[in-house]
Design a protein around this ligand. Structure first.
Ligand code: GLY
Length: 352
């Protein structure tokens, strides 16, 4: 194993798991929010957050200088980033300061991007407050913003010093948002952790929401999958692409329709790619059926709100599609997958 993982019991914090990503980023999982003061360096700290967090944790935020951004994918732009740069300049923020992103994936993507570009980089950390942020967006050092409808077109690879994944913070998440995070947990199981997938098959949506210890174990397992892959391929030259299972179709769905959030689109994208994998003969019908059944059990839609033609057109127009070819992640079993470079026309023909 490349990552370091330990379970630590301290008098202050009931139980926590600690993982290390890319040798310099520490991930704390459990009921660990109380660790924050100990993890923050003794430096001026500026928090970047949003109105939802302000509503829920106003008294916590009051202890810091903080900047609020709007909510929703539409705020993930260079405009928001520039607004923050200007506030930093006005407030005299420099490299001796520390930036703390508190929020879901949108906040941490923006906070990480601002911190890693302002004055060529300031140290930063995250408190991830959504399931999706804890198991995916906040982990692994990808930060960035969208350009028009092109997702994450501008960004950096820069690791947060720490990420706090306090599962207690997830209790107040709206059901739909919690479910969205589960899509990335299921994805982690499909690509690299059969035991995680089987555990999800045995449990229920309500059990995961209500049982803090079960949820902490689930988050830990999903983060381990990501940490392990990022530790081998931090800059996505190869294996890290596996984390994009289902994302080619998911991004196309999100580009063409606002009916689904990211996690919901990942669920549908993963189902589509599983069916393609069956047609290509790399996944059995039985395993594909298990994947669909698991998403169904957790209450996901399994049908795309966007036609096949529109999805493949959107993929073709995606700036990340190099020429006619795309890298597609194919599940090859429960707990295994492969990255294949395929012609888009070949994929489109199968989907049609
Ligand atoms: N969300 C995919 C990655 O971090 O690589």
């Amino acid at each position: 194993m490349n990552y370091f993982c330990s379970t630590i019991i301290t008098p202050q914090v009931e139980m926590m798991h600690k993982l290390q990503v890319a040798e310099r980023s520490e991930i704390y999982i459990g009921e660990v929010a109380e660790l924050l003061p100990r993890l923050l360096p003794e430096r001026r700290t500026i928090v970047i957050t949003d109105a939802n967090i302000d509503r829920r944790y106003h008294s916590l935020l009051q202890q810091y200088e903080y900047i609020m951004i709007g909510t929703g994918e539409t705020v993930k732009t260079m405009h928001t980033v520039e607004t923050i740069y200007r506030k930093f300049i006005e407030a005299g923020i420099d490299r001796s300061c520390f930036i703390l992103g508190i929020g879901g994936g949108i906040v941490t993507d923006i906070a990480g991007f601002v911190a890693s570009t302002y004055m060529r980089g300031i140290d930063f950390g995250f408190v991830s407050t959504t399931l999706l942020g804890q198991v995916d967006a906040g982990i692994g050092g990808k930060n960035g913003v969208n350009v028009d409808r092109y997702k994450n077109m501008v960004g950096t690879f820069s690791q947060p010093k720490f990420v706090i994944c306090d599962v207690g913070l997830l209790r107040t998440l709206p059901e739909r948002e919690f479910r969205a995070g589960l899509a990335e947990v299921i994805k982690a199981g499909i690509i690299a952790d059969k035991r995680l997938f089987e555990m999800l098959e045995r449990t229920t949506f309500d059990a995961l929401r209500d049982d803090t210890e079960l949820l902490a174990k689930t988050v830990l397992a999903a983060v381990k999958v990501k940490a392990d892959i990022v530790n081998r391929d931090e800059k996505e030259t190869g294996e890290r692409r596996k984390l994009n299972l289902g994302h080619t179709f998911a991004h196309a769905i999100e580009k063409c329709s606002s009916a689904m959030n990211h996690g919901e689109a990942v669920a549908v994208g993963t189902i589509i790619i599983s069916r393609i994998a069956v047609k290509l003969g790399v996944l059995t019908e039985k395993d594909a059926a298990r994947i669909v059944a698991l998403f169904e059990k957790f209450g996901f839609e399994t049908i795309s709100p966007v036609t096949t033609r529109r999805m493949t057109n959107a993929i073709a127009k995606d700036k990340k599609t190099s020429g006619e070819f795309i890298h597609i992640v194919l599940p090859t079993g429960i707990g295994s997958c492969e990255v294949k470079r395929m012609r888009l026309s070949e994929i489109a023909a199968i989907v049609e």
